[in-house]
Design a protein around this ligand. Structure first.
Ligand code: DGT
Ligand code: MG
Length: 429
């Protein structure tokens, strides 16, 4: 018996190790897709990701099949041994039982009786053991099944419209028309307190608009309406004069490059991440995008440059590096509308100024929407929008707002000190 196990087990260990590696990989893909679902949606990568998951899932299935076969084929051997033991017991003990009594007591136990007894015992015991193992699992099974069905039957809030309009190549005009928005609660009903209220805002093609506002004022919620991650509760969001709810989702999102507030990367290489929104991007395109995002320098400093490995969710990179790659990825998608949600929060002010300069020069003609914490990010924009509690508190150029909006002037002063310093900063630009 020991020989047999020695033959089977060493073969099993590497097989299980291989299967485990496949399982790890599948988990990574799964986690990345959950964490990066916005990015997947924004860059129209649903099909690619489904494919990636399916391929890895099949690999795991194959890897588990071989050891499962080995273990299954081992079962008859196990039962054989069990019955052999019963046989031995009967041979050894049986005669002793019988010897003293045969011929004297007709009710005495014979070796045959003993064999039968053991057989019945085993036959009855196995199903009892199985039930004992399976019963507690049944409860778990039902709970899991309910939850799985719930998830599977979930309807996405945003769906491709019937008779979707293909906008063709867009110019990049964005209009928020009397927009009110509440996130849906667990029953699919709009929440009582809207996070955006009566927002009226027009952004002309080629303009750079900065959105300012305190944390929770609705900045992210506002920009997420443009690629239609959510729908408005009232009013409308229009791109090039067309309600986004009537536009072909893929066509709309293909022309929007977004660098979300959380910079999510995927395992692969730096180049594969930069190409995420645009498979056709050449190496020169990638370099161009990385230069603008101020990422080219640190990419080249890596041992393998653009082919350097990015581990799960970009964990081997710093926050600032991830942000810059996320920005470069959005630029490499060659979008007509570029949306940056606080994308430079983890980079220093000098680097940020450099990025801003290059964005202005290299992306002239595209519409850029920047969510900003720092006044210095917003100051050069064509229009600055100040959000307060989901409402537009003020909007205009820096010069206009300094006169018209005490709230804006207050933010400026608190961040930049005296007005003289601001003037100096403006002159340098
Ligand atoms: P930040 O990024 O901290 O500077 O804040 P904002 O200005 O980007 O705020 P935003 O738009 O993320 O949140 C505005 C409000 O909406 C805030 O009260 C939290 C709420 N909210 C944000 N995302 C969700 C969501 O996915 N579901 C629900 N139910 N509420 C959300
Ligand atoms: Mg936000």
């Amino acid at each position: 018996t020991k020989m047999k196990i020695a033959v089977v087990a060493p073969g099993l260990v590497p097989l299980y190790a291989k299967a485990q590696t496949k399982l790890d990989r599948l988990n990574t893909i799964f986690r990345e897709n959950i964490a990066g679902v916005r990015v997947v949606k924004a860059f129209n990568r649903d099909a690619l990701e489904t494919d990636r998951f399916e391929r890895q899932n099949n690999e795991l299935y194959e890897a588990q099949l071989t050891p499962a076969f080995r273990v299954a084929s081992f079962q008859p051997v196990l039962f054989g041994l069990l019955y052999l033991a019963v046989g031995l017991a009967v041979i050894v003990v049986g005669p002793g039982v019988a010897d003293g009594v045969v011929g004297q007591d007709p009710d005495a136990v014979t070796p045959g009786d003993l064999t039968t007894f053991f057989n019945y015992l085993l036959t009855a015991m196995i199903p009892i053991m199985i039930v004992a193992f399976v019963l507690p699992e049944l409860g778990k099974f039902e709970a899991s099944l309910d939850r799985a069905v719930e998830v599977l039957e979930m309807e996405p809030d945003v769906v491709q419209p019937t008779d979707a309009v293909d906008p063709g190549k867009i110019e990049g005009r964005i209009e928020f028309r009397d927009v009110t928005m509440s996130y849906l609660d667990e029953h699919g009903e709009p929440g009582a307190v809207p996070v955006l209220e009566d927002v009226d805002l027009t952004i002309e093609p080629g303009q750079t608009v900065a959105i300012l506002g305190q944390t929770g004022s609705g900045k992210t919620s506002l920009i997420n309406l443009i690629p239609r991650f959510y729908d408005v509760t009232a009013g409308a969001v229009l791109v090039d004069g067309v309600d986004v709810r009537t536009l072909d989702l893929d066509a709309l999102r293909r022309q929007i490059g977004i660098a979300p507030q959380q910079a999510v990367l995927f395992s692969g290489t730096i180049a594969s991440n930069l190409r995420y929104g645009n498979d056709d991007a050449s190496f020169v395109d990638l370099q161009w995008a990385a230069e603008i995002a101020d990422a080219h320098g640190f990419i080249c400093a890596q041992v393998d440059g653009y082919d350097s490995v990015v581990t799960e969710q970009g964990n081997n990179l710093s926050g600032g590096q991830r942000q810059r790659l996320s920005l470069a990825r959005a630029i490499a998608a060659d979008p007509q509308i570029l949306i940056l949600d606080d994308t430079t929060s983890a980079v220093d002010a000098a680097t940020e100024a450099r990025i801003q300069d290059r964005l202005r020069d290299e992306l002239a003609g595209r519409t850029v929407v920047i969510v900003a914490q720092r006044i210095s990010t917003a100051i050069g924009a064509d229009k600055i929008v100040l959000l307060e509690g989901g409402r537009v508190a003020a909007s205009g150029t820096h010069a206009e707002l300094m006169i018209e909006s005490p709230a804006y002037a207050e933010i400026v002063e608190s961040q930049l000190g005296s007005i003289d310093e601001v003037t100096e900063l403006l002159e340098q630009q």
